[in-house]
Design a protein around this ligand. Structure first.
Ligand SMILES: NC(=O)c1ccc[n+]([C@@H]2O[C@H](COP(=O)([O-])OP(=O)(O)OC[C@H]3O[C@@H](n4cnc5c(N)ncnc54)[C@H](O)[C@@H]3O)[C@@H](O)[C@H]2O)c1
Length: 313
């Protein structure tokens, strides 16, 4: 099996590659990213290049490619600040990748990572399946267009596509990133490391989140599913759990201690509030669950997963 992962040097992409190597030891995997894939393995080829470069894309998706995971993207904060870059990479380069897939003799499965940022405006407490997308950010617009392209290329028989709308992934190891939701990980990750952190949205903001392990397991599963039953609607709201910063900080207090909790302040950043508070706090994710996709059970488990990663026994 030949698999290509765009964004394979990124947070989710590199974890996905590691998970795929375990699940499919025979697979040959190509990573296309601006950076080098951190997973070193005989079956992994790390290509550095850009998804907006047709030659790079053609090299990264050679004849015989069975599955393309398209994860490379400009994230929400940067997309909002750099309008042209965001749309160019998230829309134009996505189209380039789909065109490359279309040129293959056998339509590959294409798994596209979208986001709850495709939603905005007035929403019910629990967003039902099929709810209209009305993004309130450039990032959300780019992802919504990408979803439509994946569905349309699938309808035409050019690819066998699936859009996975991921919850906000937390706790993200490493450094803060350019996502508007970066604080969702920051308010746990930083205090665990003894560093102060700020929550720029109200403490009762409802957030739809997933741990990295749950999200990556779901992406890996998407390679093998029979998607015929989904019909023309190839967009899935992936399972998640609803948390608030207040509940997250309670978990931090419980599992790490009062000193860690006290390192987190709360302020109001209108730039972040405008983006993150436009996102839904809960979904009807039953369609994805019926296919076998799953979520974490509670936020304590999410924190414990992160502690295990940074403080191995
Ligand atoms: N992490 C989350 O909370 C979350 C939530 C919803 C959706 N997503 C989506 O999941 C995907 C992966 O997210 P992530 O958290 O791993 O982000 P990330 O920033 O860690 O990884 C994205 C990768 O894309 C690469 N990239 C960007 N532009 C590129 C280009 N022009 N050519 C080649 N590579 C390029 C970056 O170098 C980076 O390694 C993205 O599509 C993102 O929109 C993530």
């Amino acid at each position: 099996m030949n698999i290509t992962v765009t964004g394979g040097a990124g947070f989710l992409g590199s974890r996905l590659i590691a998970a795929l190597l375990k699940a499919k030891p025979e697979a040959r995997i190509i990573s296309l990213d601006r950076g080098a894939c951190p997973v070193t393995h005989d079956n992994v080829t790390s290509m550095t290049g850009s998804i907006d470069d047709a030659a790079d894309v053609a090299r990264a998706i050679p004849a015989g490619t069975d599955i393309v995971y398209h994860l490379a993207a400009v994230l929400s904060g940067q997309s909002e600040q750099e309008f042209d870059t965001g749309l160019h990479i998230n829309v134009d380069a996505t189209r380039l990748i789909l065109e490359r897939c279309r040129a293959l003799a056998q339509p590959p499965r294409v798994i596209f990572t979208s986001s709850l940022a495709v939603f905005g405006g007035e929403m019910p407490q629990i967003v039902p399946q099929g709810w209209a997308t009305r993004p309130a950010s450039s990032y959300g617009v780019g992802k919504a267009i990408g979803e439509l392209l994946v569905s349309e290329y699938t309808r035409k028989g050019f690819i066998d596509g699936l859009t996975c709308r991921l919850p906000t992934i937390c706790v993200r190891a490493g450094q803060p990133n350019s996502a508007a939701s970066s604080f969702v990980s920051g308010i746990i990750r930083e205090p665990v490391a003894g560093v102060a952190s700020d929550c720029p949205v109200p403490l009762d903001t409802r957030l739809w989140i997933s741990s990295p392990d749950a999200a990556v397991a779901n992406l890996a599963l998407a390679a093998d599913l029979d998607l015929e039953g989904l019909g023309a609607d190839r967009v899935l709201d992936m399972p998640g759990i609803t948390v608030t910063p207040a509940a997250m900080l309670d978990s931090l207090h419980r599992l790490v201690g009062a000193a860690a909790r006290d390192l987190v302040t709360q302020s109001s950043d209108p730039r972040i509030i405008d983006i993150v508070c436009s996102w839904p706090g809960a979904f009807d994710d039953s369609r994805a669950r019926a296919l076998g996709f799953a979520s974490d059970t509670d936020f304590d488990g999410v924190v414990q997963q992160y502690l295990k990663e940074v403080q191995p026994a």
